[in-house]
Design a protein around this ligand. Structure first.
Ligand code: CU
Length: 549
């Protein structure tokens, strides 16, 4: 039996292959005490008293109904990482961006369409609760998949830390403590457990393996020596099959690969999953951590010794060809962003985008976008200086250049969209050739999370065709917590004509005394009283960010 088929806590109502179903998910989110990795008993955040959380399966066009009861002592919210929420931007989840967090003791039901097919994940988006366990894959299948395969496996990968995220962030932000804090070397979890699951292969069959990196901070490498992997999906976008030897995945990234089993069951094989932080030195048995799992053709069959191919080929997302055939978007507007770390007069090192460190406004930015009168809603400063709002005009086609002039890679995630990957280039060595989408294909691959390599830039394009408020942030939660985020306020003029926040959602704010109208301070007009003054940077340009854990 393949793991992670229809999950127990998910009920499919009126389901059939032809009509849309309502997929009901009932989550009581609360603390659980357990030893997930066999090394560190600790408090974690689970669902219905347990971890891991069963994955959620749906078919494109289904309605996801996610009933959340908050049994924590702080607020919570849930984000469907990779879904576009077109028409339901208020259901996107990030706290104080599209909603007030669900207060302790309260319940809220998310309801939205599984608007495209692919490999996604549901995770907490308040207080970085994903890092403490509140995360699980969300698989949305096509009614008719464009690639043929006989069956599928799902492999979720996680880093798991000895300490709760809030404690790690507190240490990182404490100017009296050394920066960066000593690395904590997490362990890996596979489908929520510390042992690698066995993949059972039948001779001649083709399998789709979906791999999700749900980590807080770390990368995973994945390969199946002795088998060829053909990448067919990245982050919910289908690609033409592309043969690779290995996947290298940052936090938040997903791939699907096709693997065809050998014609006989004479041997078993291994797969490798390596958990690592490339920005931390190599330390025996700590970084990287090597894991191996079994590909079992026949119980007890000898394991085939395998060697790595001589010209080992890693997946390279800009080289993938989007199956959609969509050509590169034209460019109506260019936005240049520089990400990194900077020292502030508080003594803290915080992360910045264009020298602004993100901090939550006093009311959710979406509520500001919907309530500020025209033309005030087009005024970026009114969303609050640390909201770092960039107002996009409806249907304009945006080219984002993300520069990362520092020695850490950053997995940047855009809510509400998938962007076309146009180009990668080096900032350190301008004579190095750029890596661009293939001209023969002329259909740049799209994804929603991209690793900006060290001392490099990426060029991304997307069309502002989804009115809403969309966070763009680093998916290493420690960097997100240090302020590496900004807010795209997309077409607030169109948004207010098309969308209204349900009263049950406004109630979440009222229950905790948060206003539901006004600018980023919750005031009328230009009055930003109540928002703290932004912290002041010490150094121009900002130092290269030293490695954090
Ligand atoms: Cu980062």
């Amino acid at each position: 039996m393949l793991f992670f088929r229809q999950a127990a806590s998910v009920v499919l109502l009126f389901g059939s292959l032809t009509s849309a179903a309502r997929v009901l998910v009932d989550w009581d989110i609360g603390y659980v005490n357990l030893d997930r990795d066999g090394h560190s008993p600790r408090r974690a955040i689970g669902v219905n008293g347990a971890l891991p959380i069963p994955p959620v399966f749906a078919t494109k066009g289904d309605t996801l109904v996610i009933k959340v009861r908050n049994s924590l002592d702080v607020s919570t919210s849930i984000h469907a990482h990779g879904l576009f929420q077109n028409g339901t931007s208020y259901m996107d989840g990030p706290a104080m961006v599209t909603q007030c967090g669900i207060p302790p003791g309260h319940s809220f039901t998310y309801e939205y369409e599984a608007d495209h097919a692919g490999t996604f994940w549901l995770h907490g988006h308040d207080h970085h609760q994903n890092s403490d366990g509140l995360r699980t894959p969300l698989i949305v299948r096509e009614r008719r998949e464009p690639h043929r395969y006989d069956d599928e496996y799902l492999l979720s990968l996680e880093d798991w830390y000895q300490f709760e995220f809030a404690d790690r962030l507190k240490d990182t932000l404490d100017p009296t403590k050394s920066f960066p804090p000593p690395p904590s070397f997490p362990y890996a979890l596979f489908n929520g457990y510390p042992t690698t699951p066995t993949l059972k292969f039948k001779p001649g069959k083709t399998y789709r393996i979906r791999i999700v990196n749900m980590s807080t901070t770390e990368w995973f490498q994945f390969n199946l020596p002795g088998h060829q992997m053909r990448v067919i999906e990245a982050d919910g976008e289908h690609s033409r099959p592309s043969a690779v030897d290995g996947l290298d995945m940052g936090p938040g990234e997903r791939y699907s690969v096709l693997v065809t089993a050998h014609p006989t069951d004479s041997h078993n094989y291994h797969y490798n999953a390596t958990l690592y932080a490339g920005f931390v030195p190599k330390i025996e048995d700590k970084n990287p951590r090597y894991y191996q799992g079994l590909i079992e053709y026949r119980e007890g069959a000898p394991t085939m010794p395998t060697t790595e191919p001589r010209n080992f080929k890693w997946v390279n997302d800009v080289e993938l060809c989007a199956l959609s055939g969509n050509p590169p978007l034209p460019v109506d507007r260019q936005i240049e962003l520089t990400i990194g770390g900077s020292l502030f007069t508080t003594g803290q090192i915080l992360d910045v985008i264009n020298n602004i460190t993100y901090a939550q406004p006093k009311i959710p930015t979406l509520h500001s976008a919907l309530s500020l009168s025209s033309p005030l809603h087009m005024n970026e400063s009114l969303y609050g200086p640390q909201t770092h709002a960039i107002v996009l005009r409806h249907l304009e086609s945006v080219e984002l250049t993300v520069n990362s002039p520092n020695n850490l890679p950053h997995p940047m995630h855009l809510h509400g969209h998938a962007f076309q990957i146009i180009e990668y280039g080096s900032l350190a060595n301008r004579s190095e050739p750029v890596r661009r989408f293939s001209p023969e294909c002329n259909a740049p691959m799209q994804r929603d999370t991209i690793v900006v390599p060290v001392n490099s830039y990426v060029k991304l394009r997307f069309r502002a065709d989804n009115p809403g408020v969309w966070l763009f942030h680093c998916h290493m939660d420690i960097h997100f917590g240090m302020g590496m985020a900004l807010t795209f306020v997309e077409a607030p003029d169109v948004l207010r004509q098309r969308q209204q926040v349900p009263d049950s959602m406004l109630e979440l704010c009222r229950a905790q005394g948060v206003r539901t109208e006004g600018n980023g301070a919750g005031n009328a007009g230009f009055d930003l009283t109540g928002l703290p003054a932004p912290p002041v940077r010490v150094l121009r340009g900002g130092p290269a960010l030293p490695p954090t854990e």
